[in-house]
Each structure stands twice: as structure tokens, then as C-alpha cells.
Design a binder for this molecule. Structure first.
Ligand SMILES: Cc1ncc(COP(=O)(O)O)c(C=O)c1O
Length: 384
């Protein structure tokens, strides 16, 4: 199978078999350059090139790119620093009361659940977490927790530990039939899995930028469906939340009439530029193509792993349709295997007592074969 992208765009991919996008992806060179150039210019010239218009453009560009990614409109997007911050603001905006509940999953990422747990400590709402079997959620059990007292269903589109992908349209249908909204953490899917907020009927979506979107730390996107703008008062607020940002009127709080109300303060703007540039690059290739390519790499990986005796913790690739693969090698110290792989520059993560491998667009069939060859040697080491 041919490589999808030139290694010139991801220079580190020449050296490493970098199978760790579910932790932090490699950044395309033009995105890293854009972020660093901005940072350098600010550090050395302050506001000389960075006036109010330039500041507005940073966010306009990010909103435009994120809207293209999600099938949304730019006024439904806010830029932010990370998914945790965005979800906190949304959870406080919703603040379900004592007689209400929020539905999520026990195995989900803490960032997806904690904001609701924090709100629950104040309001007394119930946070219902669907159980799992060795990291895998039964979607019917999850949907079975939703009732007429549910204010929000908040889950990761793709689970960080196993790569399990949830059917968002099905979840939205059940949530909406009970008057609840669907809040999606797409940190493990945006950039690798096609998302259409209209077709899938998603109400709110957050995604940090440094995983599958190939952006830097310090930038994230938040989608809020237009009909919710007036209903949600962000939990995090600052001068940039206002309709007239440059008025500086502290004696009144008039929210921006769009998702922009969820932007609130000065942030690492260079990171937003880096994320917008990376997102535009992915869109030029097409997320659908990246998705298909990543799944082909994953098929090859899973086949090779099975030959080496690995037990799949993830669902089979054809069921979960993501390129996060979590495996265990029976009788082996999984932490040691993960550590040895990293020492050999096959970059992976230890997770939930297993090993998580997550190829992305810059990987090639050679990377997969190298990872498998290296694993074969490492597994032998333990026997000696
Ligand atoms: C599903 C999910 N949400 C959120 C995060 C992290 O959020 P933040 O970027 O706010 O640190 C991760 C990181 O692993 C994740 O996998």
C-alpha cells in the first residue's frame, strides 16, 4: 500500500515508527512553523504585527476550519485551549438540578465525566455511568440509563483506552426523545473519523487539537448548535465572552450572540493558528481518505499482532472502525513490552494494563511491519 503523505511534511516519521496519535500526534511541518512563527513574532515585536484585526483573524480562521471539519457553521464554533476547559464551561452552563441526571460511561476519559461530577456536588444531580466489560461499553446499557430526567448524555465518540466508537446518531435519537442534549468529546476521533454534526444530530462537541487533528498543545474546538446559543450561559467567562469585545464595559455582561460566547480570555493564540493550519491540511487530504487509510494500516497491524499471540482488548477493526488498537500479550509484563518498544523507537502507550497502538496518516505499511518485527524480538527477550 502506498504512503498517504510525503514524509517531508512529518519529518520525525522518517525516524520513528510513531504509533501514538491517541496520545499526541505528529504535527505537519507547516502547522508547527505557523505556530512557532507567531510565537516568535509576539515575543520579539509584541503588538507591532498583532493588532485587533489580526487577533480576530486567528479565531475566524480556526472557526472556518473547524466548521469545515464538522459540517457546522463558523458561528457555531468557539476556539479554546483544551477539551477539559470547554467541557467544564458547558457543564456549568447546563448545571442540571437535583432532580436531573447526566449519562456517561465509567470507562470514559476523566475529562468527559469530571465536569459533571463537579456540578453534581453543587446541584445534587445524578451522574449515571454505564458499566463496561474489560473497557468495552454495551451501547444498549448506556442508552438504557437515559430517561425523562436526563439533561445531557456526554460521552467520547471514540474511547481513549480501546478505540471503541459509539454510534452518535443512535445516541442522539434516544437522548432527544427524552429531551436531553448530546454532548460529544471528539478528542479521539476528530481528524481521523468523519463527523457530521447535522447528519448525526449532535448538540455540543469538543475536541482537543493535539491528537488526531495534528495540532499543538493549547488549542481546542467547541461546537455548540445554533439554537442552544441563547440558552447556554458559559460557565467560564471573561472579556472575550462579550458581544462587543473592545468596549471593555465591566458594568454589563452581554454575551456574544454565537458560540463565540464560550471564548473568554487571552490564550496561546499561536496554538490556535497551528490547529487551524493542521485542520486545513487534513481537510485538503480529506478525512474520509485518512479514515480509510488508517483502517487499512490497522488491519495489517491487527493481523500481525494476532500472529504474535496478542489478545485484542479493542473490538475487531471492522466493528469499531477506528485505528486505536489495544492488546495484551499473555504471560508478558505489558509495561515492559511497551517500554521496550519505545526504546526501539516504536512509539506506543501503555494503557489499562495493556498496550495501545494508534497509527495515523503519516504512518506507512513499513512502520507497521517494523513495529511487528520489533515486537517479535521483544517477546523473545522475555523468554530468555
Ligand atoms: C477523550 C479525551 N478527552 C479529553 C482528553 C484530554 O483533554 P485535555 O486536552 O483537556 O487535556 C483526552 C486525552 O487523552 C481524551 O482522550
Amino acid at each position: 500500500m502506498d504512503a498517504l503523505v510525503s514524509p517531508d511534511v512529518f519529518p520525525a516519521a522518517r525516524r520513528y515508527a510513531y504509533l501514538n496519535a491517541a496520545s499526541v500526534a505528529l504535527m505537519p511541518k507547516m502547522a508547527a512553523d505557523a505556530a512557532l512563527d507567531w510565537q516568535e513574532d509576539l515575543a520579539t515585536r509584541g503588538t507591532v504585527h498583532f493588532d485587533e484585526e489580526a487577533e480576530a483573524k486567528v479565531f475566524d480562521d480556526l472557526r472556518q476550519a473547524a466548521a469545515g471539519l464538522l459540517g457546522a457553521q463558523p458561528d457555531e464554533i468557539a476556539g479554546g485551549s483544551n477539551a477539559s476547559e470547554a467541557l467544564c464551561s458547558v457543564a456549568w452552563a447546563l448545571s442540571p438540578g437535583a432532580d436531573r441526571n447526566v449519562v456517561s460511561a465509567r470507562v470514559d476519559h476523566p475529562t468527559t465525566v469530571y465536569p459533571w461530577s463537579r456540578v453534581a456536588r453543587l446541584t445534587g444531580c445524578d451522574v449515571r455511568l454505564a458499566p463496561d466489560k474489560d473497557g468495552i461499553i454495551d451501547p444498549n446499557e448506556l442508552m438504557g440509563l437515559i430517561d425523562d430526567r436526563t439533561s445531557a448524555v456526554c460521552v467520547s465518540h471514540v474511547q481513549y483506552s480501546t478505540g471503541q466508537r459509539l454510534d452518535l446518531a443512535a445516541l442522539a435519537e434516544v437522548a432527544h426523545s427524552h429531551g436531553a442534549i448530546l454532548v460529544v468529546d471528539a478528542t479521539q476521533s476528530a481528524g481521523a473519523v468523519p463527523i457530521d454534526v447535522v447528519a448525526e444530530d449532535i448538540d455540543v462537541l469538543v475536541a482537543s487539537g493535539y491528537k488526531w487533528l495534528c495540532g499543538p498543545f493549547g488549542a481546542a474546538i467547541l461546537f455548540v448548535r445554533r439554537d442552544l446559543h441563547d440558552k447556554l450561559e458559559p460557565g467560564l467567562v471573561g472579556w472575550r465572552s462579550a458581544e462587543q469585545v473592545w468596549d471593555f464595559r465591566a458594568d454589563r455582561l452581554e454575551w456574544a450572540p454565537s458560540a463565540r460566547r464560550f471564548e473568554f480570555g487571552t490564550m496561546a493564540y499561536g496554538c490556535a493558528i497551528g490547529l487551524a493550519t493542521a485542520t486545513e491540511y487534513l481537510l485538503e487530504i480529506s478525512i474520509e481518505r485518512i479514515h480509510r487509510y488508517n483502517l487499512a494500516l490497522t488491519d495489517r497491524l491487527v493481523e500481525g499482532l494476532a500472529e504474535l499471540g496478542a489478545q485484542l482488548v479493542s473490538l475487531p477493526v471492522e466493528d469499531q472502525q477506528t485505528s486505536i488498537v489495544t492488546v495484551r500479550f499473555p504471560g508478558q509484563d505489558q509495561g515492559r513490552v511497551a517500554r521496550r518498544l519505545n526504546e526501539e523507537e516504536v512509539v506506543v502507550s501503555p494503557r489499562i494494563g495493556a498496550i495501545r497502538l494508534s497509527p495515523h496518516l503519516y504512518n506507512t505499511a513499513d512502520d507497521i511491519d517494523r513495529a511487528l518485527e520489533t515486537l517479535k524480538e521483544i517477546l523473545k527477550e522475555d523468554e530468555t
